[in-house]
Design a protein. Structure first.
Length: 295
């Protein structure tokens, strides 16, 4: 149940905060800035309150790192743990008086990418701190002006990979799951389609980071079996909105129900699925899913 998942996530948060405070006992290294939120969270875990805490636990981690020619510099990590953490990433903003705005944006964007690729669904505050300790200093000297990079270009240049995931599930009947798939795709600007029934097929396409976020959410729901059957990644020069739209094979994400047959009316007509994929220029995928030549 979500209640249990929430409890578990809250417990993980508390044990991680305990770990941080035992490793960094001094205020100047680690300080919880919202004591009330922490108290609420503890109450929630000890079952004294069924109320889901109303605010995120916020804290600051300060890291000293060596910067060439500038001796030690302090990087401050302002952190907030969303209630769903570690199922979702923590919110972290790294700042330092030596970073220009565009250096800071690039640093934070790279940190997020690192966490997204390595810690989907796992506690990662210590790893984030390590990463900042090891990498942050390099951003102080990054000369972003030479390429006349403005702040928005710094984030723009991160957006370079277009991804299409082909997900296979033993079956998809559950209405809530089907709703999640459609809502999440919309929220993450992904297009594609979902074919419920047995087997279940989901295709999503869009920005790589959005596809990965979608997959990390979907696979945490309970499934008899679910896997990524095939993945396509295309590196885009520039990676602007138009480039991404050009790569899409599906206009939006919609549920596709092909005439069902079978006792429960849930076995989809695979011939129709094959023609649908063929129309979209994806016929070769059919064989990856079902191990047979479509016809």
């Amino acid at each position: 149940t979500t209640e249990m998942a929430n409890q578990e996530e809250a417990e993980i948060q508390i044990s991680e905060l305990d770990l941080l405070s035992s490793m960094f006992p001094y205020e100047e290294e680690f300080a919880v800035t919202d004591q009330l939120a922490l108290a609420e969270l503890k109450q929630y875990v000890e079952n004294e309150s069924a109320e889901v805490p109303s605010s995120k636990v916020q804290f600051v981690l300060n890291v000293k790192a060596e910067v060439p020619n500038a001796s030690m510099v302090e990087f401050s990590m302002a952190c907030a743990l969303p209630f769903k953490y570690p199922t979702v990433l923590p919110e972290i903003t790294v700042r330092s008086s030596l970073l220009s705005r565009s250096q800071q944006i690039l640093l934070n964007s790279d940190l997020k990418t690192y966490l997204l690729q390595n810690f989907s669904g796992e506690p990662c505050m210590l790893s984030a701190r390590e990463w900042v300790k090891d990498h942050a200093a390099a951003y102080v000297d990054k000369d972003l002006s030479s390429a006349s990079m403005t702040a928005s270009d710094a984030t723009q240049s991160q957006v370079t990979t277009f991804t299409r995931l082909w997900i296979y599930s033993h079956h998809i009947y559950n209405k809530q799951k089907r709703k999640n798939i459609i809502d999440w795709a919309k929220e993450l600007s992904l297009s594609g389609f979902c074919m419920p029934g047995k087997p279940g097929v989901v295709c999503v396409e869009g920005l790589q980071s959005s596809c990965e976020e979608f997959w990390s959410r979907v696979r945490r729901l309970t499934w008899k079996r679910i896997l990524i059957r095939h993945r396509e990644d295309v590196s885009l020069e520039g990676g602007g909105h138009a480039e991404i739209q050009k790569q899409r094979k599906f206009p939006t994400l919609e549920e596709k129900c092909f005439d069902a047959h079978g006792a429960r009316g849930n076995h989809m007509d695979l011939g129709q699925l094959y023609h649908f994929l063929e129309e979209k220029g994806c016929a070769d995928i059919f064989q990856m899913y079902f191990g047979v030549e479509g016809h």
